[in-house]
Design a protein around this ligand. Sequence first.
Ligand code: BGC
Length: 930
Amino acid sequence: MFSMRLKATPSLCFVLALISCVGLLADAIYANEQPSGVEVGSLLCEYKVKPIGMDELYPRLSWQLKTTRRAVSQSAYQVRVGARKEDLIQHRNLLWDSGKVKSDQSVNVVYTGPDLLSGKRYYWQVRVWDDEDQASDWSQLEFWEMGLLEPSDWKASWIIPNLDEDTSRPQAAPMLRTEFEIPEEVGSARLYITSLGLYEVEVNGRTVGDQIFTPGWTSYRNRLQYQTYEVQDLLRKGRNAVGIVLGDGWYRGFIGFKGQRNYYGDKLALLFQLDIAMKDGSSLLVLSNDTWTSSHGPILMSDIYMGESYDARLEQPGWSEPGFDDESWSGVRQQDFSKDHLIAPVGPPVRRQEEIKPVEILKTPAGKTVYDLGQNMVGWVRIQVHGEAGDVITLRHAEVLDQQGNLYTENLRSARQEVQYTLKGGEEEVYEPHFSFQGFRYVMVDGLRSQPALDHITGIVIHSEMAKTGRFKCSDPLLNQLQHNILWGQKGNFLDVPTDCPQRDERLGWTGDAQVFARTAAFNMDVASFFTKWLGDLAADQLEDGRIPHVVPNVIDGFASAAWADAGVIIPWTLYLTYGDERILQRQYRSMKAWVDHVTRAAGEDDLWNSGFHFGDWLAYNTTRSDYPGATTDKDLIATSFFAYSTDLIRRTALVLGKSEDAEYYSKLLVRIKRAFNDEFVTPNGRLSSNTQTAYVLALNFGLFPEAMRSIAADRLAQDVRAFDNHLTTGFVGTPYLCHVLSRFEHLETAYALLNQKSYPSWLYPVTKGATTIWERWDGIKPDGSFQDAGMNSFNHYAYGAIGDWMYRVVAGVEIDPEQPGYKNVLIQPSPGGGLDWVEASLQTLYGEVSSKWSFAKDRFRLAVGIPANAQATVRLPGAQLEDVSVDGKSPAESVGIHSVSQTRNAVLVAIGSGNYEFSYPAPTSAQLE
Ligand code: BGC
């Protein structure tokens, strides 16, 4: 093909083709081989597909190798970046060409080309060489686009509506509008927008984008996100209009459990900048300024906790279209609010994710109509109704019904979760609320002339848009329901911020809850950028002296509780392990260190952290039973344990970041804390001063006992579990590690006994009571059907869902090798037991899918393992004898991709390269499995 073209008559087109062919030839010579059978795909920039409006100056690029061959790894890569697609295709005018870089890194490769510029789009592609130095083809083109990088890029002014308001209570949502002329055909257009309060934006009568709850919730005084939208398709040559509605949101609506409003300020404001590039090369900026107009409209009030009241008779048709008569509208005022703290979003946007249809219509004893959605969910109800103008429909939302079958709303405390819609009459009306969300399974509908059909009510499920990465299934339907509940706890509570609960007057970013659940969350969904964003707020709201707030963003001004504030260290470390993300450690290092240094000062000379306020082992088992003492763990023991743990994590972080002096300092500190812990809380025979499961779990999990005492302590823990008829007694703090500690110290069956336990307190007890999410309390609904204390009884609280982590890591056995984090080297170490016949788990990692599926069939144990290219694994075959093991029906020695095989006391270890393998051997007895 190349020589044919050489003979052709030159023309511009030919010259271009020639240049590109020369480029390709040069590439081929450079690569020195034929394509390798490896393709490169799934390109991500900063964990996102084609992100726009970024402000990361050194974006990181990731890709995956796709191949059907086994044991494939990358030996080199080449990335190139250009300003235009054609430049990459023709291999010219490149902005950056990494050249062939000898490296097996395919995740988070840092762009180190020329400085990136505001508003510019960058196209990129990559190719790789495999372990035999065979080059792949170039990947498809992807791009990222920068947002506004400097405050001075913002030409728009902050504006506030000039409307009368009484901000001591929820207000009608203001609408703002403007019109403008576009003189030429539109080429491309970007809208950069943010607000104080929430916004919804329309251009020429059409909603822009599908993000909701924008601009999101951050530490508003330090960081305010703006969004970027591509809007050329909504604009046209000639007259255009835009309209924006503002909602109170987190900014000035109710926030926290003390009835507080206007926490960040009492004025809603808008910053709007529309940058239009015309096809003729000219450009136009449309900016928020004092020429805009404002009015109230149909949203009479909309509050996150309280709900919404909407009067459709007050709609102003055409308000966001050109030609609308806004004579009667008020003006706006320009304000001098800061633009210095504007940031591009790092995390995923919140969007509508699923729709749920009710499963049943119920009548309460009081004769009310209630729709059961069959799932405790978060979002709202869309209704389709017919009626007369002025008819008022009221929707009340609840998670559960009481014993009589009435809506149970006491646990909402002061949050009303009530939506009122006043009909305009005539045609069918379809309505969804705007700046409010509800946590509910049941919705009571009042005020209709006739009952709507089941399909006229739809549950709209909303959450931050995170790819679903994990899947766990097994032979026990109750455990599958538990996994379902864990996942729904995550869906319901990852709404821009990781919240404790979605229904009562909290919905706050409780640090402790997030810390407890982070690792489980990272199995179920891709939470890399979600937590990265939140950690930015954590650092922003951290006090100068290192204290970390109880909730982030901070709205309640409480700080520094053990296990809560430690989120500032534990979550960055979790992201590092899960995604191999070193940058999060670099960026959070100051915050992590400030926290540990604060605790070091608080602990003082004796290295015991026994001062300050702590939540302790929140909601641990409490009893009046005379034969069991309950499970209150000494708060000083908990605090000192977490002091040791965070010190250990920052020590490891310092090692990763090459900060050897810090690493040494924290190693020494850790030795001292352990010594202090042992002197204060451990008897010479290895007994702890608090005889609770949580105390033993923490001391064992954080490695606080001297080596020789560990198995004795673990036996004592297992003994405590058995003495309580295989029930747990742990609260928020001990629960995540309980089964881990038992299985690690040879009490796997006791751990399974806890997992399988169906009576209170246990994970499956709520499942037997029909739970569809994780409850805040082990006994949210008591065995006699009555409720726990309404003051603290959420039915959608993910903390106890932390058992999900054990199900993935131990039951299915998908584990991270901390030496090669991010699943570069996967440890597949299933733990059959607990009466399960089979388990299947998979996880989309940054390398591709990892899977572990085990089963007992016909006296044999089978383990199917899938490892993505450019990753590898160490597989542990429990209870196996080397001579009995077959791989895909052959001996390991005959199998491609097996690097090594070895026998340990009670298992066979196999090191494998990427690919799919099925191991099989005679089913081990339970004794062989311990
Ligand atoms: C929240 C929690 C939180 C706790 C502090 C509660 O009100 O719902 O989950 O961690 O307070 O202990």
